[in-house]
Design a protein around this ligand. Structure first.
Ligand code: RIB
Length: 303
């Protein structure tokens, strides 16, 4: 039976302001333009997996506002199945990002409907999840639901990926249950208690973390690349040299690419190289979900 990806996570209406600099205290600044996109870490990761042709389902909540229908229609357009998406009264999740021309991004997220995801949304997957399916979590929905979902999916024989973003305190017992823990360099600093300032520190810290948790760990290091560690073997995977335009959703594209690799039985290092090609494509176009590549576009870069 074909393995599927089930993302249990967030959907956000992204408002992205393009501007020279962040306003200072008491100052009002003009932004040059605004873009409205379907986003949210969960939805982005689901879209990337679906665009690569993997059967993908989104579990989560949208609001009863017009943004909710926009978010649903957008992910469906990319092939994500929404059978387990629930509409709740009130606002959808929203992110407002100041995206600077030097590549810097500062964002704030309103939880909205994402905060209404419940354990019952996970229970609804009984009979649907099959051993070998990939379950993917991030931390933009309530943490107790994430913790419950991880145990539930493990008990149903799924391969569980946790993207620990945005960084939040999690019990070690929970981290030990996941098959793959992935974070960026800032989040890695939060979880390991040391700033990750170089490839060397990343390798040192990820080795300790992967050994302690007994699972696969990946630190993405922005423009530099990523470090992957499994069973004592750590590898640095350099990023592709591309003309980057915008980094929104690059990390999510990486996670979606990993899902493709795992579904197709690549080893984790090969899957990370494939995921690197996906995010390299994503940063070359404007927006998150629209910028993510379909399989044919990635294949030309993987050698
Ligand atoms: O990872 C990028 C995403 O983070 C954006 O789409 C935004 O919604 C925030 O959740």
């Amino acid at each position: 039976m074909e393995r599927k990806v089930v993302v249990i996570g967030s959907l956000n209406y992204d408002v992205c302001l393009k501007q020279e600099r962040i306003p200072q205290e008491g100052e009002t600044c003009f932004a040059d333009r605004v873009e409205y996109c379907s986003g949210g870490k969960g939805a982005n990761q689901a879209v990337q997996a679906a665009k690569l042709g993997v059967p993908t389902y989104m579990v989560g909540c949208i609001g009863s506002d017009s943004q909710g229908q926009f978010l649903k229609a957008n992910i469906e357009q990319y092939g994500v199945r929404t059978d387990y998406l629930r509409e709740v009264e009130g606002n959808s999740g929203m992110s407002v990002a100041h995206s600077l021309y030097d590549g810097g991004v500062r964002a704030s997220v309103v939880r909205g409907a994402n905060d209404r995801v419940r354990k019952e949304d996970v229970d609804a997957l009984e009979g649907f999840l099959k051993p070998g399916d990939i379950a993917v979590f991030q931390l933009e929905i309530p943490i107790p639901v994430v913790e419950y979902g991880i145990s539930f999916c493990k008990a149903h024989g799924c391969y569980v990926i946790l993207n620990g973003a945005p960084a939040a305190p999690l019990e070690e017992r929970v981290l030990k249950q996941v098959n793959l823990f992935i974070v960026n360099e800032v989040e890695a600093g939060f979880y390991c208690g040391h700033e990750i300032l170089s490839e060397e520190t990343a390798k040192e810290e990820i080795r300790k973390m992967a050994e302690n948790l007994g699972n696969v760990c990946i630190y993405t290091l922005g423009k530099a690349g990523s470090v992957v560690c499994e069973a004592g073997k750590c590898e640095f995977i350099p990023s592709k040299k591309v003309q980057a335009i915008e980094s929104t959703g690059a990390g999510d594209s990486f996670v979606g690419g990993l899902c493709y690799g795992i579904v197709h039985n690549m080893d984790i290092f090969e899957a990370a190289r494939f995921a690197t090609c996906c995010s390299a494509r994503t940063v070359c176009r404007i927006g998150g979900q629209p910028a993510m590549p379909v399989l044919g576009e990635v294949g030309t870069e993987v050698s």
